[in-house]
Design a protein around this ligand. Structure first.
Ligand SMILES: C[S@@+](CC[C@H](N)C(=O)[O-])C[C@H]1O[C@@H](n2cnc3c(N)ncnc32)[C@H](O)[C@@H]1O
Length: 363
């Protein structure tokens, strides 16, 4: 199978440099990891007008729960009209959805989106309990299609809580965690694309190095890339851990390096930064005037991408050399760089790097 990596590219504004992936690569999952679901994106969408909009997915559901981060700050900052229409673009296990629903009246609506079919189980439970809530199994970059299919023109608020959920991390079969042995998969939607091992076993040292540097800030990226290539094929998470250990002086392989490498591969495999960029743009476009967009991001490259998007809405920049048109801002900042308080960080260590930004659309 061909490699999915290619050269790093610059966007038209020349500022963001995301590695391009070829999404047309067919799904090739080793049969022992194949699940009973083969739903294409938006597969659950068609049922929205029916009384039972969610297709029951015949797969084991992880029991782990997810502790939502900054839930009250997010919900209170995003809801401005208790009767409005809202979107939780990263439903997960529904922690933020529940916090938002608490702010809404009986006539309001909340649409939950998640690309992972493992989120469906919690979504069904919430749908059955609360008729204001509907779930769609999709990527948030498809927001416009999701809204069109529900005849929704504009929304009053949208939130993103990016990254992976605790249930995804704690399920060894998903391959996200360096401390659990499992297939080297790392896909957020296991029905699409191909597992991380496909790319890792084909990519050049150059591509591997670039991904580790760009998406993980990995210092010893090149030596880790060389070890990966010399030890192929890598099939499991522990194969990858062993390659990382072999590339770093004995005893010096910290959890930080392991998590940086896993993060980098995960971001690449799921095309997360292009997704986030597209999702923010779709989300902002879908907002009614006065509507709000809230994002919780977890690491520096995400923080930067979110701040850049917000800056563009507030003060659009022209390509270098061209004059900037003096236009009124399209957005204003509601919350900037909000971090979890000490007590939340202590009770939920996963929240420590979280940062919340909320923006309001002005025009
Ligand atoms: C940190 S978790 C969200 C947890 C959620 N806020 C809660 O309280 O349970 C991130 C979720 O976003 C989903 N996700 C990540 N990228 C996505 C995308 N591009 N489109 C839709 N869902 C995405 C993941 O599958 C995961 O379930």
């Amino acid at each position: 199978m061909e490699s999915r990596a290619s050269a790093t590219s610059a966007d038209s504004d020349g500022r963001s440099r995301f590695i391009q992936r070829n999404d047309k690569v067919p799904c090739r999952v080793p049969s022992k990891h194949q699940h009973a679901v083969a739903s294409p994106r938006l597969s659950l969408l068609a049922g929205f007008s029916t009384p039972n909009p969610i297709r029951v997915v015949n797969k084991p559901q992880p029991q782990e729960t997810h502790e939502p981060v900054l839930a009250q700050d997010l919900a209170q900052s995003v809801v401005t009209d208790a009767n409005g229409i809202y979107v939780d673009a990263t439903f997960g296990r529904g922690g933020h959805s529940k916090a938002i629903l608490e702010q809404l009246s009986e006539t309001a609506r909340l649409i939950g989106i998640d690309r992972d079919t493992d989120a469906v189980h919690s979504a069904i439970t919430l749908e059955q309990r609360d008729s204001r809530f509907k779930f769609v199994n999709s990527r948030f970059s498809e927001l416009r299609n999701v809204l069109d299919s529900m005849n929704i023109g504009s929304i009053d608020g949208i939130c993103f809580d990016v990254g992976v959920s605790t249930p995804q991390l704690k399920n060894a079969e998903r391959g996200f965690a360096f401390d659990l042995d499992g297939p080297l998969d790392m896909r957020m939607a296991q029905e699409t694309g191909s597992p991380a091992s496909d790319w890792i076993n084909k990519a050049s040292v150059e591509d591997l190095t670039q991904v580790l540097k760009l998406y993980g800030d990995v210092r010893s990226a090149r030596s880790i890339a060389r070890q990966i290539v010399s030890r192929r094929p890598l099939e499991t998470t522990f194969d990858l851990v062993n390659a990382i250990r072999a590339a770093t002086p004995s005893g010096a392989t910290s959890a930080k390096v392991l998590s940086q490498v896993f993060q980098a591969v995960r971001i690449f495999v799921n095309d997360e930064l292009n997704e986030l960029k597209a999702g923010l743009s779709e989300g902002f476009d879908a907002l009614a005037i006065g509507g709000r967009l809230a994002v919780i991001s977890f690491h520096s490259i995400e923080h930067r991408l979110v701040r850049d998007a917000i800056r563009q809405w507030i003060r659009p920049s022209a390509p270098r050399g061209l004059p900037v048109r003096d236009e009124a801002p399209r957005a204003r900042v509601v919350l900037k760089n909000v971090r979890p308080q000490y007590l939340e960080q202590r009770s939920n260590p996963a929240s420590r790097s979280a940062m919340l930004q909320t923006t309001e659309k002005l025009r």
